[in-house]
Design a protein around this ligand. Structure first.
Ligand code: NDP
Length: 486
């Protein structure tokens, strides 16, 4: 049976919406229904080539525009996204399966904040001067690097892509962005906004499509000299391999298996509520989610009981319903991965104390959607696969511990090092533990409290480099020393 034509998500190159050269499109599935609701350009290296030509053409004018003018345009982008916040939030919810309330309160406001932050940051930069005794005077120029390739994942689509686009173009680069082909919609909508805001043609180009075709072509293109990538560690390794022989500047924000440590002296009410959020926000599909919970033995029993109780009250449902707190998993592959790990946990000796089986669909519309309930597993050894590998779904493990030294070892005994949380009322302990945990961010008595000025990134296999604030401005510019003899 012929189906009605679905809306098409095209590429945005040189300020125009264009078909992929191949003419091919992929179905874009709504996770909550399991059905295609739009189609996304299945672009390839030829489309990337066109985007590079556009970005190259736009570079000189954009780079020499006064910061105040670039700032004004980027602030306009922020205002326009804010004007359309509801439209963007709905689109993000449909595309990803996340609850609309989360898209409205977190994803889209953060995208607005990212543009505002970097649009104003460039008005307040300073540069260094070094005086060489009586011999010379040095000053540092920080110039745009050229064309930036920006690749982002599906879990926080506009939030993460804008975190890259905003600093890249604010300092005067032009950009080629690629969202995940699973969640292309809000990047597409952003292009319309960029046009309306008066962003010159070619400053931002969005090439839609898959990682192996578009992502790989961006990272391999010799004229794209700066790559900011957020995604999984395995993909990050491929990106690094491609970029290394070309000597590109690369920032990699990768996976995590984050520890969440609860000491017996913690404010348990806050620790439980905070841990429910850090475990299951966005169905556990946030790279910063705390998926390994360690609870000091005197508080273990009470924590586990109350944590299960509070988690079981999370309302799973149609992502577009206002009261929904747990939406759909992004796609079938990810759902299968989550189910695989729940089975693996059982084989490794774990006890599923909540969740673990696919639920009834929340309504008729979502009959074929990809849902999985918050799942809590206890009784696993710290070193098992379930406790070491990133699941990226609504599954956490809880393990008791007896001593501070022991839990620091547990936390660090992992290939990843993205983020951690520590819950304690003992200030000295908070400082002590924070200093010794090998993660790029340590939250004490909080989670996902983000100040856009702080350095953000991971240690070990969670990434290379830092973004955020000054770090991002530095990443996207080239420092040049000018030495003037006296
Ligand atoms: P992937 O690594 O699969 O994909 C990330 C992006 O890279 C997508 O746009 C993808 O395209 C693209 N890509 C895939 N293959 C290549 C390639 N060979 N060359 C260049 N680009 C490529 O990650 P997911 O989308 O599955 O996202 C989940 C992962 O992201 C998790 O591991 C999570 O921890 C991590 N993440 C890290 C964050 C951090 O700040 N450290 C924040 C958020 C998520 P396509 O989707 O089309 O294949």
């Amino acid at each position: 049976m012929a189906r009605t034509a679905l809306p098409r998500i095209q590429n945005f190159i040189d300020g125009q919406f264009v078909e992929p050269i191949s003419g091919r499109y992929l179905d874009n599935i709504e996770p909550a229904t399991g059905k295609p609701y739009s189609q996304v350009a299945d672009s390839d290296a030829h489309d990337v080539d066109l985007a590079v030509v556009a970005a190259e053409k736009a570079l000189a004018d954009w780079a020499k525009k006064p910061a105040a003018e670039r700032s004004k345009i980027i602030l306009r982008i922020a205002d326009l996204i804010e004007r359309d916040l509801e439209k963007f939030a709905r689109a993000e919810s449909i595309d990803t399966g996340k609850p609309i309330s989360l898209a409205r309160s977190l994803d889209i406001p953060r995208a607005v904040a990212n543009f505002r932050f970097f649009a104003t940051a460039i008005l307040h930069t300073e540069s260094e001067a070094h005086i060489t005794d009586n011999v010379a005077f040095n000053y540092t120029l920080r110039q745009p690097r050229g064309i930036a390739g920006l690749i982002s994942p599906w879990n926080l689509p506009l939030y993460l892509l804008s975190w890259k686009i905003a600093p890249a173009i604010a300092v005067g680069n032009t950009a080629i962005a690629k969202p995940s082909e699973l969640t292309p919609m809000t990047a597409f909508m952003l292009c319309e906004i960029a046009r309306e805001a008066g962003l010159p043609n070619g400053v931002l180009n969005v090439v839609q499509g898959t990682g192996p075709k578009v992502g790989a072509a961006i990272t391999a293109h010799p004229k794209v000299n700066t790559i900011s990538f957020t995604g999984g560690t395995v993909t990050g390794r491929k990106v690094a391999e491609t970029c290394a022989p070309l000597f590109k500047k690369v920032s990699l924000e990768l996976g995590g298996k984050n520890p969440n440590i609860i000491f017996a002296d913690a404010d348990l009410d806050a620790a439980i509520t905070g841990s429910v959020r850090s475990s299951f926000a966005n169905q556990g599909q946030v790279c910063l989610c705390g998926s390994r919970l360690f609870v000091e033995r005197p508080a273990y029993k009470e924590f586990v009981e109350r944590f299960i109780d509070e988690t079981s009250q999370l309302k799973m449902g149609d992502p577009l319903e206002e009261k929904t707190e747990q939406g759909a998993i992004v796609n079938k592959t990810q759902l299968e991965k989550v189910k695989f790990y729940v089975e693996l946990a059982k084989k490794e000796g774990g006890k599923t104390t909540l969740g673990g089986v696919e639920p009834q669909p929340p309504n008729e519309r979502c009959r074929d959607g990809y849902f999985f309930p918050p799942t809590i597993i206890t009784g696993l050894p710290v070193s098992c696969r379930t406790n070491r590998e990133e699941i990226f779904g609504p599954v956490v493990t809880i393990t008791p511990f007896d001593r501070e030294e022991e839990v620091i070892n547990y936390a660090n005994d992992c290939d990843y090092g993205l983020a951690s949380s520590v819950w304690t009322q003992n200030l000295s302990r908070a400082h002590r533990v924070a200093e010794r945990i090998n993660t790029g961010t340590v939250w004490v008595n909080c989670w996902l409290l983000r100040d856009l000025r702080v350095p953000f990134g991971g240690m070990k296999q969670s990434g290379v480099g830092r973004e955020g604030g000054e770090e991002a401005l530095r990443f996207f510019t080239e420092p040049k020393n000018v030495c003037i003899a006296k």
